[in-house]
Design a protein around this ligand. Structure first.
Ligand SMILES: C[S@@+](CC[C@H](N)C(=O)[O-])C[C@H]1O[C@@H](n2cnc3c(N)ncnc32)[C@H](O)[C@@H]1O
Ligand code: SF4
Length: 332
């Protein structure tokens, strides 16, 4: 992977430089986290609407031309998309892309960690909401042992850094945060706590479990002393060093303290829709253009046009019922 200085930039109407693409390679998932996808949900995108690997690679190449140099593969659960390492290798080989990362629930990581690492994926965000098998099953419908083996396989394969994403859920896992932090500290992982967002009916229903992370931070600070820290490529999280240790703890607080002013990203869904903001409807359809045979210069022009639609900020707090799509559809 090489990072040649881009000749063009992508800047939104609020002066924010866009350098980061979240790429959802499927909206399907083998888990059903209560705040994300409804039980028994079947309304997934039709496979003929999915962008194929060539189409995805063309869009990412156009973004790279405009200075986007970081791509995170997400979903749904990205590892359920067949042949994902082949796509990852193609993206990693694009001139300008110097950071290829993955968000995963890690249920399938045991068999895919090595091929993905060989394909050039280096950084991993793994979802882990509980270390208690029964609580994990209640939240996700899945098996904790399998996920822990998957995370370990990623560590063995060389993924670094590995960040554990934990959605903080009042009355469910809030008393476990210290144990999850200890699990991370023992393995050199960074823990990131996330506030629930009202995405779709599931996310809106989960608002009754919403925890203001400022309060959790105060609790952890009393116990460990949290020292403000800056992590390169840290994104929206606010990071702290835990006492005198090397362990990092991040807080992602879209509700209690939003971070839209530093937003540097856009999201591409599996059906080729570009979403300009996780918490707004603004979008731009790229699939019709790709299927009509648009060339790269045309695609670049449309990406510029799409960027004029990027909203200033989400309104999760002011309008919690606004976004009907589930997080798994846009890619978290
Ligand atoms: C949608 S998932 C996609 C990638 C992968 N399936 C995973 O779970 O890591 C990405 C992240 O979004 C988070 N997420 C999903 N729904 C959410 C919600 N309503 N509020 C906050 N975070 C949410 C998940 O916990 C996960 O960390
Ligand atoms: S958070 Fe990830 S693992 Fe959980 S249901 Fe949503 S997409 Fe699947």
């Amino acid at each position: 992977m090489t990072h040649q200085p881009p000749t063009h930039h992508l800047t939104d109407p609020f002066g924010r430089r866009i350098t980061y693409l979240r790429l959802s390679v499927t909206d399907r998932c083998d888990l059903r986290c209560g705040y994300c996808l409804p039980q028994g949900f079947k309304g997934f995108e039709e496979p003929e609407h999915w962008l194929d690997f060539d189409e995805i690679t063309r869009v990412v190449a156009a973004f790279a031309h405009l200075g986007v140099h970081r791509v995170r593969i997400t979903g749904g659960e990205p590892l359920v998309r067949r042949d994902l390492p082949r796509l990852a290798a193609a993206l990693g080989a694009l001139p300008g892309i110097d950071d290829l990362s993955l968000s995963s629930n890690c249920t399938r990581m045991e068999s895919l960690a090595e091929p993905l690492y060989r394909a050039g994926v280096r950084r991993l965000n793994a979802s882990l909401d509980s270390l208690r098998p029964e609580v994990f099953a209640r939240i996700t419908g899945g098996r904790l042992d399998r996920v822990l083996r998957g995370i370990e396989a990623a560590r063995q394969a060389g993924f670094h850094p590995i960040r554990i994403n934990t959605v903080a859920l009042g009355g469910v896992n809030d008393e476990e945060i210290e144990s999850i932090l200890a699990y991370c500290a023992e393995r050199g992982f960074t823990l990131r706590l996330i506030e629930t967002m009202p995405m779709g009916s599931t996310g809106q229903a989960a608002l009754h479990q919403y925890l203001d992370l400022q309060r959790i931070k105060e609790r952890l600070d009393r116990r460990f002393t949290l020292i403000p820290d800056i992590l390169p490529g840290g994104g929206p999280a606010r990071y702290y060093r835990v006492g005198a240790s090397d362990t990092r703890l991040g807080f992602i607080t879209p509700i209690s303290q939003h971070f839209c002013e530093t937003c540097n990203r856009v999201r591409l869904t599996v059906d080729g829709t570009l979403y300009l903001c996780l918490g707004q409807e603004s979008s731009y359809p790229l699939r019709p253009l790709l299927r009509a045979g648009i060339d790269e210069a045309g695609l670049v022009e449309h990406l510029r046009r799409a960027l004029t639609l990027k909203p200033e900020r989400h309104e999760f707090r002011e309008q919690p019922g606004k976004i009907v799509r589930f997080m798994a559809m846009t890619g978290g």
